[in-house]
Design a protein around this ligand. Structure first.
Ligand code: CA2
Length: 153
């Protein structure tokens, strides 16, 4: 499907170290690379009639600036905040300020892992959270976001 002005835009934002996916710790995160995640998102978005802007950064400030950039510009944000999930009040504040539906994704089941990963600041404002389903969590998040945007008219 060709991107058109009618397709709602969804930002798919990825936090620190996700550029390492598939290169290390396959027992935790699987063998797919971030390029594979982007291809899965592109394929899924096309099927759902969504446009996506897929990005990854290792910087907290850059991630926050991207969130601001999408205010009034995107229909929703899907975010894997990675390590910043567990540490960043600033990212939570930015997500609260943009007033967009947010779906938080984690590849691993953060509740099965170390205690410090059980709490996510972002979850406090997210419409929904998907974790533990591997990279298919991103496809599920896009499907849920398409429904939310449709419901919102
Ligand atoms: O499970 C997830 O998606 C996480 O958001 C991934 C983060 C982790 O800090 C969160 O607790 C859960 C880590 C990002 C990826 O880090 C890698 C490090 C080495 C090799 C591959 C990935």
């Amino acid at each position: 499907m060709q991107q058109s002005a009618k397709m709602p835009l969804v930002a798919v934002l990825n936090g620190p170290n996700l550029n390492m996916l598939g290169l290390r710790q396959p027992e935790v995160y699987g063998r797919a690379t971030l390029d594979d995640v982007e291809a899965l998102c592109a394929e899924t978005a096309e099927r759902l009639g969504l446009a996506i802007d897929f990005r990854q950064t290792n910087g907290e400030g850059e991630l926050i600036s991207w969130v601001h950039e999408f205010r009034g510009h995107a229909g929703g944000i899907i975010i894997n905040p990675a390590g910043y999930s567990h540490t960043s009040v600033a990212l939570l504040d930015a997500l609260m300020a943009v007033e967009l539906p947010v779906i938080e994704v984690h590849i691993s089941n953060i509740h099965k892992r170390e205690e410090f990963r059980h709490h996510s600041y972002v979850s406090r404002m997210a419409t929904g959270v998907i974790c533990g389903l591997g990279i298919r969590g991103y496809a599920l998040a896009l499907t849920a976001m398409a429904d939310l945007l449709e419901d919102a008219g």
